[in-house]
Design a protein around this ligand. Structure first.
Ligand code: GDP
Ligand code: MG
Length: 162
């Protein structure tokens, strides 16, 4: 069985950028504005010799109505079907109320969740990411998706016992 990794988090935290890095394709749209990816997108990843399926989601804005409601439902469905969940947050934006809401849901889900702090490029990563420990999801996985930093270690950590 090929493991399935779901990418969840607020819009604009870098989920599609990470998806593209993992699949090395242009299948997921990456944009400078929020909420472009409406549906789940599946990609075959073969990263550093590990094969897995990665699932991109439109994101959870915390203010779901109409189309956004569908986006949140897609994220919840992606979490349900995944073996591993990567919860992305944005180190530049800092922690938000929506991050706390998503974390609360993920703490109740009985599967491995990896808290991925993205956009650490150009930041004092250890100091500026420390606030995310308050989400209660354990260890922080620091990455810069657009620069390919930290991704190899993240995948090794997430798949080591699969
Ligand atoms: P999504 O809505 O979560 O899928 O986020 P996107 O992947 O579309 O990225 C949102 C914005 O963040 C885009 O402008 C990306 O170029 C930018 N971004 C993604 N990863 C990084 C990163 O590691 N560092 C920086 N500085 N920007 C990033
Ligand atoms: Mg996206």
């Amino acid at each position: 069985m090929i493991p399935v990794i779901a990418l969840v988090g607020r819009p604009n935290v870098g989920k599609s950028t990470l998806f593209n890095q993992l699949t090395k394709s242009r299948d997921a749209l990456v944009a400078d504005y929020s909420g472009l990816t409406r549906d789940r997108k599946y990609g075959n990843a073969n990263y550093e010799g590990r094969k897995f399926v990665v699932v991109d989601t439109g994101g959870i804005s915390g203010d779901e109505q109409g189309i956004d409601r569908g986006m949140a439902d897609q994220s919840l469905a992606a979490i349900e079907e995944a073996d591993r969940v990567f919860f992305l947050v944005d180190c530049r934006a800092g922690m938000t109320a929506t991050d706390e809401m998503i974390a609360e849901h993920l703490r109740s889900v009985n599967k491995p969740v990896y808290l991925v702090v993205n956009k650490i490029d150009g930041l004092h990563a250890e100091a500026q990411s420390a606030e995310f420990f308050a989400l209660g999801l354990g260890e922080l996985h620091l990455i810069a998706a657009s620069h390919g930093r930290g991704i190899k270690q993240l995948i090794e950590d997430a798949l080591e016992d699969i």
